[in-house]
Design a protein around this ligand. Structure first.
Ligand code: ZN
Length: 402
């Protein structure tokens, strides 16, 4: 009778445990897995019995790095169509307003997403999802927000669920009906917010297909008051909230989502010190999205020093979307977080493991390597975790445990 299903020995284990320093590193570590849970954690030397008899499968990691499975906690990877042509037009000097007047921008994605059948939407989203998970991402958050009516938002969330189910990957779904004002409510954003609060949220909540509600609180999105109404409706239906907050201007979005004990405030470039303090008090995670920052050539940095000083957890995510973050690589995003935001590799790895789990409310199960947590792990063909942020264009995943 074996004690464990799998025993990994001689691994450099970055546990990312809370309160630990230097990645919570265990050199020459060993880890026993039973029924998908971490049932033993320590050093290889700490295993007393003859190692070969302990587990059905014995893996000698030969010093390679073992980390928690990576978590991408903010994506829009389910969408229809392709906007490479707009990318090219912009670089040929056509301005964004003109592209929008000609039917481009977010509303072109809305059109393509509405027109796509469930299967077409699944097939179009699949390569982006596969690219993410090939890099050791084992949990993905996916938002709706290109349907902007009940049926199309539901279709997006169902595609997201199916992507997770078909790949054995945990997908957390977020209803982002308040992403943009749909064309049929042009000049009547309040009318559309009514539909979100009285029809879309109640129906989606009734189907139990969204884990969370999000909104885009911005001059070009929804106002503070409109966002508040969306959050009130989410609260009525028992759904937690998060927010695209203070990306292009400070509308006190981060403070608003903190007021609702929200899971995360995302982007947060223009967030004020007052809002940072509100986030700290509420335990709201700051999700930084360096890829969008880079594509938009933004120059205003998020208040990273203030987040550090007030112990606001920082997470990092791709923001994978067809407009401002055309990327399905979390590893590339991690490098950008180091270079553009001057975060340390340890802060960045924490941001795609433990703090990303916190941003999704699943920190009890995943995000760090600890006794009793899920054996949700990645073995990398590298020796030091900084290498994950350092070199670009190499995928060193050796094995994924999920
Ligand atoms: Zn986003």
């Amino acid at each position: 009778m074996f004690k464990w299903d799998t025993l990994i020995i001689n691994a450099t284990i970055a546990t990312m445990e809370e309160g630990s320093l230097a990645y919570g590193m265990i050199e020459k570590g060993a880890l026993g897995i039973l029924n998908g849970r971490i049932e033993w954690l320590g050093t290889t030397a700490g295993i007393k019995n003859s190692i070969e008899t302990l587990a059905k499968e014995l893996i000698d990691a030969e010093g390679c790095l073992l980390t928690p499975g990576l978590i991408d906690c903010h994506t829009h990877l389910v969408f229809g169509g392709n906007r490479a042509d707009e990318f090219e037009q912009r670089l040929n000097g056509v301005d964004y307003q003109e592209i929008a007047r000609n039917g481009g921008g977010i509303l072109s994605t809305v059109r393509a997403t509405r027109e796509a059948s469930f299967d077409e939407l699944y097939q179009q989203s699949l390569p982006r999802f596969q690219a993410l998970i090939s890099e050791g991402v084992t949990t993905v958050e996916i938002k709706s927000g290109y349907g902007l009516d009940f049926e199309s938002e539901l279709k997006m969330l169902q595609v997201a669920k199916k992507l997770g189910d078909e790949h054995g990957i945990q997908v957390k779904t977020t209803l982002l009906a308040a992403h943009a004002v749909p064309p049929e409510y042009k000049d009547n954003a309040d009318g559309y917010v009514d539909v979100i609060c009285t029809e879309i949220i109640p129906k989606i909540a009734g189907l139990n297909i969204a884990d969370c509600v999000d909104a885009f609180c911005e001059g070009i999105g929804f106002s503070y008051e409109q966002t508040k109404r969306v959050f009130d409706a989410a609260a009525r239906w028992g759904l937690p909230v998060k927010l695209h907050a203070d990306q292009l201007s400070d509308l006190n979005g981060a403070a608003l989502v903190a007021e609702y004990a929200g899971l995360s405030a995302d982007h947060v470039e223009y967030t004020s010190l007052k809002s940072v303090k509100a986030m700290a008090k509420a335990g709201t995670v700051a999700v930084l999205l360096p890829y969008a920052f880079y594509v938009l050539k933004e120059t205003k940095l998020p208040p990273i020093e203030a987040f550090r000083k007030h112990n606001v957890p920082i997470a990092i995510s791709t923001d994978c979307n067809p407009g401002t973050a055309p990327s399905s690589s979390l590893l590339t995003t991690m490098n950008k977080a180091c270079v553009a935001f001057s975060l340390t590799p340890e802060e960045v790895l924490t941001g795609v493991t433990r703090n990303a789990a916190l941003a999704l409310g699943i920190e009890d199960e995943v995000g760090s390597i600890e006794f009793g947590k899920k054996a949700d792990l990645v073995l990398w063909n590298i020796k030091h975790p900084a290498d994950l942020c350092y070199w670009q264009g190499l995928n060193r995943v050796q094995r994924i445990f999920k």
